[in-house]
Design a protein around this ligand. Structure first.
Ligand SMILES: Cc1cc2nc3c(=O)[nH]c(=O)nc-3n(C[C@H](O)[C@H](O)[C@H](O)COP(=O)(O)OP(=O)(O)OC[C@H]3O[C@@H](n4cnc5c(N)ncnc54)[C@H](O)[C@@H]3O)c2cc1C
Length: 354
């Protein structure tokens, strides 16, 4: 069953950011995992658009440089109350303190190329339908054929078959009102991240992803209409609404099966945690395989997912305040903090350390 006596036979289900990051880190350590993907071709949707330094630092230096070179580097975040500037968060100096704008399909392409360069292949049009395990092996049914592995990793996204097959529940909730995104080109928006807090407890934002291309996001069902300034729009690639959720499994390891990325946890897009945490889960699991020590994997990753779930929920609470007095107080506190240089620097450093 093993590729050789030392190396485990590993199946990664899903070639999204989580699966590809794990696959390439293992490949670089000499372990070529089997990667299957149910799509017949790479995903061409730009879902996540922000890569954070903490994620990049977990990748090999050369890959990190490739991702940075392909990205649009943001140097600050501008927060407005309607049209009026509220605070500017300037990211600290140095490459590894910025936020990098790169559409998810391009991130995935660079991760996949790296995996392939190090000897791996993604098997497209392969769907995992069933999974069962004994003390020594995992039996996976892929395109109606049985394959046997030492370990299986569910990196198969929010509707994970692996999660369902190992009997784990995605505990949490889904927000009742739809949020929205738009992928567009415009001439007159900032090169940095912009967020507008709107009356009525809504917010809108625009993330630059290079060459006048932006991702708008909003708690309102029409992200472009929610931006309270006149946007000189050149072209809109895509607009969509979705129901954001906050969910997490209780265990990331069930015997010989592991869950990472959206298969294990989801968050609202606030703070851009989804893809970043997915890649960080993958890097943590790669270290476990390389060191052959899985002792703390599940507890550490559950703790991380819960920490970010709380953080993003606090952000949502603060950004969507409706009561005019609470809004006034929030804005006074934000301005006050940013008038005190040591406090301002702490917030600025914290923003990109997440
Ligand atoms: C509209 C939108 C905007 C977002 N914006 C951001 C953002 O700005 N920042 C951020 O960090 N995150 C964002 N996210 C979240 C981010 O896209 C996800 O968190 C990220 O894709 C998770 O990566 P993953 O590898 O865990 O899962 P996925 O990217 O979902 O990949 C899972 C893969 O598994 C495959 N698969 C599923 N089931 C099977 C099966 N049975 N057999 C074989 N293959 C299978 C799927 O086809 C898919 O390719 C956004 C999400 C959405 C929907």
């Amino acid at each position: 069953m093993a590729q050789n006596d030392q190396k485990p036979r590993i199946l990664i289900v899903g070639a999204g950011p989580a699966g590809l990051t794990l696959a390439l880190l293992l490949a670089r350590a000499g372990i070529i995992a089997h990667v299957i993907e149910q799509r017949d071709a790479p995903n061409n949707l730009s879902r996540a658009v922000g890569v954070f330094p903490k994620t990049l630092k977990q990748l090999p230096d050369d890959l990190c440089q490739t991702l940075c070179a392909a990205s649009h580097q943001m140097n600050a975040a501008h927060l407005h109350m309607n049209r009026k500037p509220l605070i500017k968060i300037t990211f600290p100096d140095g490459d590894m303190h910025k936020v990098y704008g790169l559409p998810q399909d391009e991130t995935e392409q660079l991760l996949r190329q790296d995996f392939e360069t190090h000897g791996g292949t993604v098997r497209f049009s392969h769907h995992l339908s069933e999974l069962s395990q004994t003390s020594g092996a995992v039996h996976a049914t892929i395109n109606d054929r049985l394959e046997i592995y030492h370990h299986v990793i569910g990196a198969d996204g929010v509707n994970s078959v692996v999660r369902e097959q190992v009997g784990q529940e995605h505990h949490g909730f889904t927000l009742p009102d739809p949020w929205s995104i738009a992928d567009f080109y415009a001439d007159n928006l900032s090169d940095d991240l912009s967020v507008w807090l709107l009356r009525g407890g809504h917010f809108a934002g625009a993330v630059p992803i290079g060459n006048n291309r932006y991702r708008a996001f909003s708690s309102h069902p029409d992200a472009l209409a929610a931006i309270p300034i006149d946007v000189r729009l050149r072209k809109t690639n895509r607009e969509a609404t979705f129901h954001a959720g906050v969910r997490c499994v209780k265990e990331f390891q069930i015997g010989r099966v592991f869950l990472i990325g959206d298969a294990a946890h989801i968050h609202t897009p606030l703070g851009a945690r989804g893809m970043n945490l997915a890649m960080q889960d993958a890097a943590a699991l790669a270290r476990c395989f390389i060191n052959n020590d899985f002792t703390n994997f599940s507890t550490d990753r559950v703790a991380q997912a819960q920490f970010y779930a709380k953080l993003t929920e606090r952000m949502r609470y603060v950004l969507t305040l409706k009561n005019p007095v609470a809004v006034w107080l929030r804005n006074i506190i934000m301005r006050g903090v940013f008038c005190i240089p040591p406090l301002r620097r702490r917030v600025e450093a914290l923003f990109t350390s997440l």
